[in-house]
Design a protein around this ligand. Structure first.
Ligand SMILES: [Zn+2]
Length: 147
């Protein structure tokens, strides 16, 4: 259910930007989801299939990029891919590290057509970077997780 609320939030954010037109100008949406974000990508993909029905994203191709987790050792600054939540530094063995990537959860970009035609086809179109909306998505996740 966690992923479904994220999927519905994504649809809401996009409809806030583009309205709920019948003739969607959006051909493609690209999401960045970090491996350490707590989102199961397959579950999100499935949730999106449901959430986009009768929305502006109904015919949009959705690409989900999984961003690998990366940690930086707090002792020696070595960067590595953590194997678990607590993963000692492979260089010096120190137990504490910062997660420097892999927590992303954002709409990387949206490919859309503007103008009167509103036709969605081919690989052209303009890109809208909606990176800043990740905060909204994260807010919903925090809410749905409770305290
Ligand atoms: Zn280290």
């Amino acid at each position: 259910m966690h992923e479904l609320s994220i999927a519905m939030n994504i649809v809401e954010i996009v409809e806030e930007q583009f309205g709920k037109e019948d003739n969607s100008p959006i051909s493609e949406m690209e999401l960045d989801i970090g491996a350490a974000s707590g989102v199961v990508i397959e579950a999100l993909r499935f949730a999106l299939e449901e959430a986009v029905k009768s929305s502006i994203l109904n015919n949009t191709r959705i690409i989900i990029n999984e961003i690998p987790a990366k940690s930086k050792c707090l002792s020696c600054a070595h960067e590595f891919v953590p194997e678990d939540i607590i993963s000692p530094c492979p260089s010096c063995g120190y137990l504490y590290a910062d997660v420097i990537s892999g927590k992303e959860m954002l709409i990387r970009r949206i490919r859309y057509y503007s103008g009167t035609g509103g036709r969605v086809q081919g690989s052209g179109g303009r890109f809208l970077n909606l990176g800043s909306v990740s905060k909204d998505i994260i807010r919903v996740i925090k809410t749905s997780k409770g305290t």
